[in-house]
Design a binder for this molecule. Structure first.
Ligand code: G
Ligand code: G
Ligand code: MN
Ligand code: NA
Length: 252
């Protein structure tokens, strides 16, 4: 299988799908957002994971049309969900997308065309942005922030962002990498890095989302620390739009 060749045809052949994973308010238990995640069903090779094909999409520039497709599709789909009028939509961005000169315009157009309010959009960027031009990315994120978009640092704690870097970027949310959450186990849940990150985020006035929550122990721990939001298999795996509608309808 040649991933690059396959990727070049995948959009035309409608081989991508979007799945969604809920984010839950720790205090109220309500679902407040859905993270959109891309899936690729190759006609011969079957499902190929984003971990495999996203790097190739980035190297080839195909991440630009693929990213546009994902945002457009997720916006359209979520707007059709009953009772989801207040849900936020979180999407993952590659550095290459942010480095596009017309990035702000593209996001504005996709939301404008679909009717999805910018004020319900969360952009997830990783710490290792490898941004060629930090100033211009900061400027773009500022512009989007003024329009109501929020920005999250994804996989927080695994990259090399310094505190000064964090302060420079107009961000609203830290998503604690799942490896730190999974380290919360019987007898090992004191003085964890999670505790430190949450305290730091509170000091910086940032929202915190804990990723990869799988157990009740982890949930209770996050509640004690007054972590704001959480996401993980404990609540739901990433699911398709139809299942997401059912989940929302039956959520307590
Ligand atoms: O969904 P899964 O856990 O398999 O995702 C694996 C990785 O792929 C994660 O780091 C996730 O952020 C990334 N990913 C999933 N969907 C997208 C997408 O639409 N765009 C980008 N850039 N990355 C994505
Ligand atoms: O890098 P990013 O955070 O966008 O990646 C999200 C990925 O994490 C998705 O591929 C999703 O399938 C995966 N994921 C979400 N919740 C859990 C969880 O509770 N446990 C594990 N192991 N993976 C998870
Ligand atoms: Mn993410
Ligand atoms: Na993450």
């Amino acid at each position: 299988l040649n991933i690059e060749t396959g990727l070049r045809q995948a959009l035309d052949n409608q081989e991508f799908r979007v799945v969604y994973q809920p984010q839950v308010d720790v205090e109220t238990g309500a679902i407040t957002a859905m993270e959109a995640l891309i899936r690729w069903q190759h006609p011969e090779a079957g499902e190929i994971s984003p971990g495999e094909f996203i790097p190739v999409a980035e190297q080839t520039g195909l991440i630009i049309p693929i990213g546009d497709w994902l945002l457009h599709t997720a916006c359209e789909e979520m707007l059709r969900w009953p009772g989801a009028e207040h849900l936020r939509l979180a999407v993952n961005l590659s550095p290459l997308q942010l480095n596009q000169r017309d990035f702000v315009q593209r996001v504005g157009e996709i939301c404008g065309n679909t009717g999805f309010p910018l004020s319900r959009l969360d952009l997830e960027i990783t710490e290792n942005l490898l941004m060629r031009d930090v100033d211009s990315v900061v400027e773009k994120l500022r512009t989007l922030s003024r329009l109501g978009v929020t920005v999250a640092i994804d996989d927080f704690g695994t990259g090399y962002s310094s505190l000064s870097y964090l302060q420079r970027l107009p961000i609203h949310t830290l998503k604690i990498d799942q490896s730190f959450i999974q380290a919360i186990r019987e007898g090992q849940d004191e003085g964890t890095l999670v505790e430190t990150i949450i305290a730091m985020a509170q000091g910086l006035d940032l929202r915190v989302v804990a990723e990869g929550v799988e157990t009740e122990r982890q949930l209770n721990y996050l509640r004690r620390l007054k972590c704001g939001y959480m996401q993980g298999y404990y609540f739901s795996r990433p699911i398709n739009g139809r299942d997401a509608v059912n989940l929302l309808g039956s959520w307590p």
